[in-house]
Design a protein around this ligand. Structure first.
Ligand SMILES: Cc1cc2nc3c(=O)[nH]c(=O)nc-3n(C[C@H](O)[C@H](O)[C@H](O)COP(=O)(O)OP(=O)(O)OC[C@H]3O[C@@H](n4cnc5c(N)ncnc54)[C@H](O)[C@@H]3O)c2cc1C
Length: 232
């Protein structure tokens, strides 16, 4: 079903990432972690919903690629209309999962942010760890909001930064791309956790092949952010 929704506000997240918030249509039900199809002036893309279902708006967050759709997304203003179809996907938590590890590349944070915001609003006590890979230290979507959730939830966050000349003096920041061998050193109970992996297809495939070398992927759920060839 398609819904025509007005944009309520737009939010700059980083220099290359922006969110738009729209009205939540009557009857639009979704689970934290799902995605929708967004049409702006005739051009559409799948985008994860980056807000909790408990919010009275829907939020979508996009990395700028200078594409036609990006231009429309980055230029949209309050009161303009977008068409939303969905929700889709099964990248959401089950009630019986109490220990969770998220492994996220770049803009793949969007569904995970929805899940963590939902956990925060529901005062959840589940044990979360987030391994979050980005190219640059100064271009990390939702970093401030995630720090806040870290202070409120049972959540540990570890950053992997590709473009770091020196290893920072910080136990929560690693140089280089996401690496499951480093992740399992941080998480000695990784075998007890449900693992959610989200990011560009190549990143998800790399992590899955690293997990397979060590064990099984029975406990792993993935979402591939198709559509980026240069990383996201
Ligand atoms: C389930 C799902 C959920 C998704 N959720 C999100 C989401 O929450 N947020 C989001 O941003 N995207 C998300 N995507 C991807 C989204 O649907 C688009 O495919 C993506 O944003 C690229 O679209 P575009 O219009 O920017 O580029 P397109 O016009 O579709 O393609 C342009 C091409 O140029 C490349 N390119 C050019 N410049 C860059 C650059 N700077 N960085 C990376 N690639 C570049 C891209 O790789 C792409 O192949 C999701 C996809 C799926 C399947």
């Amino acid at each position: 079903m398609e819904y025509s929704c007005s944009v309520i506000e737009t939010i700059a997240r980083t220099l290359s990432v922006k969110s738009i918030r729209t009205e939540k249509p009557e009857g639009f039900k979704f689970k934290a972690g799902q995605f929708a199809k967004i049409k702006i002036n005739g051009d559409s893309k799948y985008l994860s919903i980056s807000s909790s279902p408990l919010r009275n708006y829907l939020e979508f967050t996009k990395r700028d690629t200078q594409s036609n759709f990006s231009r429309k997304f980055f230029n949209i203003k309050a009161d303009e209309k977008v068409v939303i179809e969905g929700p889709f996907g099964n990248f959401f938590l089950q009630d019986n999962e109490n220990k969770i590890a998220f492994i996220v590349g770049g803009i793949g944070i969007t569904p995970v942010f929805s899940i963590l915001e939902d956990a925060f609003l529901k005062l959840e006590t589940r044990d979360f760890s987030l391994f979050y890979g980005n190219k640059f230290l100064d271009d990390i979507p939702f970093q401030k909001e995630l720090s806040f959730f870290q202070s409120q939830l049972n959540l540990k966050i570890f950053y992997f930064i590709e473009d770091l000349a020196n290893t920072p003096d910080d136990k929560q920041i690693f140089c280089g791309i996401l690496d499951f061998n480093k992740i399992r050193i941080c998480l000695t109970d990784i075998n007890e956790r449900k693992i959610y992996v989200c990011g560009p297809p190549s990143m998800v495939d790399t992590i899955i092949s690293q997990i397979k070398i060590i064990g099984t992927i029975e406990n792993v759920k993935t979402e591939k952010i198709f559509g980026y060839t240069k990383g996201a």
